[in-house]
Design a protein around this ligand. Structure first.
Ligand SMILES: Nc1nc2c(ncn2[C@@H]2O[C@H](COP(=O)(O)OP(=O)(O)OP(=O)(O)O)[C@@H](O)[C@H]2O)c(=O)[nH]1
Ligand SMILES: [Mg+2]
Length: 377
């Protein structure tokens, strides 16, 4: 079978003259090694010009509800059991997360103890609630005083409508693992109905979550999906690539959180009955990276693999480091030739996607944080 070269109209073929980094496709190994991360120093947030794609994300909820735990798992390579070591957050823990494209998440992890909550609602009201892009409010399903939690939520919503009426609101009904499985749905639906009735004009999107399964990834992937710029174009290009390499499914992962930010499936891929496969894969890969780190001694935040291949009788899969901020997972029908062609073409397609997920060349905030983790400011 011939090598499928990607038509120039659809996916830009690497042009040697425009990129001195790229080899002349000598071997697959060199290709893969060349998919290096191009981190550049992160400019100080003070000196950075304000850009539209900077999003202020408020993470709120009462103390012990699990806010810092989820933040550490999604953005700082913690596994669930590591979160038992976390202490209560004092005031606001601010992180500056470089994400796809120009998107920077300014993540405000707001300590939930009463004194802090009162302070956010009074002295710091304008400071905390203005220019908010997203509010993620975490409810502890085990809370013994849900009425009080609702009152606090109501006050937060009032402050948000005052200073950021255009913000998106997500409510996470968290620690679902602590509820017996046959009661989960009923309790969840009751809580959601009550919370939504206190959400004013905000259309609060609910999720049931737990740090002990993949539900956390589903919630955060959907939240991030709503925030990523250029998504239409990315999805279109993924579809073109998928058709050319005869893939059944393609997933684009953000490289440090391993959240699925975009995907495409063929007609066959759409028949896959495992509807939670994206978040399952995120969870599996994060845990795989943890294990690799433990047994190889590499830092948790390091890039631990360039390429992962899986060849089974019914399908093949590879996950490869793709652009500066992404990994690409490709599911294919079995067959060595299709597999090799697909890998080569994905490597060739990188430059097209790098253009999409990087800010303009001379911008101060190009690339991800050097560690790939949230860095405190
Ligand atoms: N069972 C269970 N425990 C969880 C879950 N998420 C977090 N926890 C535990 O809840 C405890 C408190 O978590 P934190 O993340 O520190 O809570 P917080 O909301 O940041 O609290 P403050 O910083 O005081 O506002 C930790 O011991 C976590 O291990 C979950 O989904 N299920
Ligand atoms: Mg905390």
């Amino acid at each position: 079978m011939p090598l499928f070269l990607i038509p120039r109209d659809d996916i830009q073929v690497i042009d040697d003259s425009s990129s001195s980094d790229e080899p002349e496709i000598p071997t697959m190994e060199q290709q893969m090694n060349n998919l290096s991360v191009q981190d550049e120093p992160v400019a100080s947030p003070v000196s950075e010009p304000r850009k539209q794609k900077k999003k202020k994300v408020l993470l709120m909820g009462k103390s012990g509800s699990g806010k810092s735990s989820m933040r550490s798992i999604i953005f700082s390579n913690y596994v669930a059991k590591d979160t038992r070591r976390l202490g209560a957050t004092i005031d606001v823990d601010l992180s500056h997360v470089k994400f796809l494209g120009n998107l920077t998440l300014n993540l405000w992890d707001c300590g939930g103890q009463d004194a802090f909550m009162e302070n956010y609602l009074s002295q710091q009201r304008q400071h905390v609630f203005s220019n908010v892009g997203v509010l993620i409010y975490v409810f502890d399903i085990e809370s013994r005083d849900f009425d009080r939690d609702l009152l606090t939520y109501r006050s937060i919503i009032t402050a948000l409508s005052q200073f950021s009426p255009g913000a998106s609101v997500y409510i996470l009904i968290h620690k679902m693992d602590l509820v017996v499985p046959n009661q989960r749905e009923d309790i969840y639906n009751d809580r959601v109905a009550l919370i939504q009735s206190k959400s004013d004009s905000f259309n609060a999107t609910p999720f049931a979550t737990s740090i002990w399964d993949q539900s956390l990834y589903k919630a955060w992937a959907e939240i991030i999906h709503d925030l990523v710029p250029n998504l239409d174009q990315i999805e279109k290009d993924l579809g073109n690539l998928g058709k050319i390499i005869m893939a059944e499914e393609i997933l684009l992962f953000e490289r440090s959180s391993f959240l699925v930010v975009s995907s495409w499936a063929s007609d066959i891929g759409k028949l896959n009955p495992t509807t939670d496969r994206f978040e399952r894969l995120s969870n599996i890969i994060k845990n795989f990276k943890q294990t690799t780190s433990r047994y190889t001694g590499t830092p948790k935040s390091a890039e631990q693999f360039n390429l992962l291949e899986l060849k089974l009788q019914t399908f093949s899969l590879f996950i490869q480091k793709f652009t500066t901020n992404t990994y690409l997972a490709v599911v294919l029908p079995p067959g060595e030739t299709t597999f090799n062609c697909a890998q080569l073409n994905c490597a060739l397609a990188r430059s097209q996607f790098e253009d999409l997920d990087s800010p303009p060349k001379r911008s101060a905030d190009r690339g991800a944080t050097a560690s790939g983790e949230a860095s405190a400011v």
